[in-house]
Design a protein around this ligand. Sequence first.
Ligand code: HEC
Length: 305
Amino acid sequence: MPAAGSQLSLPFLFRRVRVLRGGALLLLGLAGAGAAHAALELYRERASPYDLALTGRLAGVPAGEKRYAHWADLRALPTTKLRLSGEFVKGEQELTVVFLSDLWAALPRAAGADTLLATCGIDGYASVYRESFMAACRPFVVLEINGQGPEKWPPPGLDYNPGPYVISISATLAPAVAQLIDPGHKKPWGVTELELANFAERYRGSFSGRWAALSARAEAGREIWINSCASCHRGPAGTFGGTKSDRPFEVLAAHAGYNAAYFKKYVRDPQGVIAGAKMEAHPHYTDAQLDALIAFITAEPKASP
Ligand code: HEC
């Protein structure tokens, strides 16, 4: 695994963004579509850097323990070949993928599991996939690029390694993807671990206490927060979030509450405010979306009747 220091450099972030811009996509064929899902074999010990770690609500696994799935067992699940242009390398390429919903179906899920949290062990980046999102946007895990698995990555022409696992989505496969404000936050690479989570439990802090009865725009802001900002930031009262940013939520709340103009400028263009800022820019956010985020972060209450 590369040294963490080099991975946290600025180019790393730009690289992450680059993968996010996918080209045109063609579905080549469904292998095993409709076939009964075999249960995925899980192992107690890591056997290879290409194992996928699994945690959370796994049936028959004590809370807090990890299990590992082998790449070859994932490859044996129902897979699909997608033909894309420019997704990882220049020109046409063929990806062998397993839809997250098929992986989900093959996992030994314990009661209450309704969400997958994908995290990157190198930089703490996280993406959240609720069951409804898996159905509507059809995210997929990339197992091969042009027939080659992660032990052969990066493929020729790519100057960083997207492995061991990279998840992606495409508007060509699922039109709902075109409605997302930040599709990029659903396309993490360097994914090493999936948690089978209960959404209400992991995000409780964003729905209770001061965040229990929010204004309508604060509720809209909460959706943006959970699907975008939480890739790198923990939320209120211990709510789940990535650990790429170590800024406490209270610091963000202070900015949002006392200096909305600074907050907006920063979120749209962090590098323009602080040279070398590690945060991803969100230049496409409208004032209404940023106001919604501020309303959520500052817990704007629902007007009393
Ligand atoms: C790719 C990771 C990432 C994402 C996504 C992200 N942030 Fe950040 N954010 C950071 C990091 C890292 C910092 C700490 C400053 C730095 O090193 O750039 C930060 C800092 C900030 C700050 C400034 C805090 C300060 O002390 O000045 C604000 C405000 C902020 N983020 C808000 C947001 C909001 C709102 C979103 C969602 C729209 C968001 N961030 C999404 C990584 C991210």
